[in-house]
Design a protein around this ligand. Structure first.
Ligand SMILES: Cc1cc2nc3c(=O)[nH]c(=O)nc-3n(C[C@H](O)[C@H](O)[C@H](O)COP(=O)(O)OP(=O)(O)OC[C@H]3O[C@@H](n4cnc5c(N)ncnc54)[C@H](O)[C@@H]3O)c2cc1C
Length: 339
């Protein structure tokens, strides 16, 4: 089998890429996903988050290594194993990245990723009920339907002098707010709904579900193909133009544990049990930690230094490797949200 592009993982990134790459009708795209269909009641119904959080049919259910900062306990690390990836099981909170992070990113060499460019992309991608942008990603303001507790919580924060914002994605970053949700008509509106399904309707994208990529073929420094398992079949596919590996946090965590933003693809491949046929380099993104389970674990392990009665927004580290705790990028947080 030969394609122009092969995308490993039909998660948030894979769905967006399938959409962008298939806009050229002459391009053939293969998307390989280890999990199955997202046509499940508890995925579509937002409340189902509570069930998919630990359902092995749609969740890899990772466990981090024992962490000194958590008194040696292991944090539970849910990740989607289903069409739509973690985006099919996440909490649907829609929070844009922070402007200065993008500007820093460009300053560090990522040309074109400054906030002005990225803000325009957000504008094109989103659509809102109050200011319809016309983009495929539906973002809803559900603050009127939230638990009364949330309103009391925000009122209490305002009383203590914290800024309470109407829109968490507005330019000011300090403060508390309800978050907007990727929900449409009362149902989860995932990356698969917004990007993958329209791409599949074009006819030049093939999605293979329940297929585990086991090996990347790397020839002369280029990833040229994959070998994946489908049932008891071992299948090889070749990419004429590019291979894009966006299998989520497992790869990113391994890369972070290796201690670099840029790791040798060979090393990553070795840690994943992949085979290689030549040297190469990859650029995995750093993995975010699961804040919810860290907070759940921190009651007897962390103090708020200098908090003086005010919770100080900070994140903690979760290690991906027992011998090397991975520091999560927590310097930019100034937004707290109410569910
Ligand atoms: C429980 C939970 C709640 C969250 N809540 C929020 C939230 O409210 N707001 C927010 O912005 N973010 C939230 N996130 C984070 C967000 O969903 C993820 O950061 C994002 O979806 C990651 O996108 P990705 O494309 O990198 O990976 P994923 O979306 O995880 O996609 C990776 C895909 O690759 C597949 N895959 C992996 N390995 C292989 C292989 N070898 N072969 C084939 N396929 C493979 C996986 O099955 C998966 O489908 C949450 C995440 C979780 C798990």
């Amino acid at each position: 089998m030969e394609f122009d592009y092969i995308i490993v993982g039909a998660g948030s990134a894979g769905c967006v890429l399938a959409d962008r790459l298939s806009r050229n009708p002459n391009t053939k795209v293969l998307v390989i996903e280890a999990g199955g269909s997202d046509a499940r009641f508890w995925i579509k119904v937002p409340l189902g988050y509570a069930f998919t959080f630990s359902d092995p049919r749609v969740n890899w259910r990772y466990e981090a290594q024992a962490d000194r900062g958590l008194k040696g306990r292991k944090a539970y690390w849910p990740r989607g194993r289903v069409v739509g990836g973690s985006n099919s099981i996440n909490a649907m909170a829609y929070v844009r990245g922070l402007a200065h992070d993008f500007d820093d990113w460009e300053a560090a060499g990522a040309t074109g990723w400054n906030w002005d460019s990225v803000r325009q992309t957000y504008g094109r991608v989103e659509s809102h009920a109050d200011n319809d942008g016309g983009g495929p990603l539906r973002v809803s303001d559900l603050s009127q339907q939230m638990q009364p507790f949330s309103a009391h919580f925000l009122a209490a924060a305002a009383e203590l002098g914290w800024p309470v914002r109407a829109d968490m994605n507005a330019d000011s970053i300090e403060g508390l707010s309800y978050f907007r949700s990727t929900v449409k008509g009362g149902r989860r509106w995932s990356a698969a709904d917004a990007f993958l399904r329209p791409a599949l309707r074009r006819g030049n994208v093939e999605l293979v579900k329940n297929a585990l990529v086991e090996r990347l073929e790397i020839t002369n420094g280029q990833a040229t193909g994959i070998c994946y398992r489908l049932g008891d079949q071992q299948i090889t596919a070749k990419a004429r133009a590019e291979m894009i590996v966006c299998g989520g946090d497992k790869l990113a965590a391994i890369a972070a544990a290796l201690g670099a933003w840029t790791c040798k693809a060979a090393e990553i491949a070795r840690h994943c049990g992949c085979q290689r046929s030549g040297p190469g380099r990859g650029r995995p993104a750093r993995s975010p930690c699961d804040l919810a389970s860290v907070l759940g674990n921190r009651t007897d392990t962390q103090q708020h230094p200098g908090s003086q009665g005010r919770a100080s927004p900070r994140r903690d580290a979760v290690s991906a490797d027992p011998s090397r705790p991975v520091e999560c990028s927590g310097q930019s947080g100034g937004r707290f949200c109410a569910f």
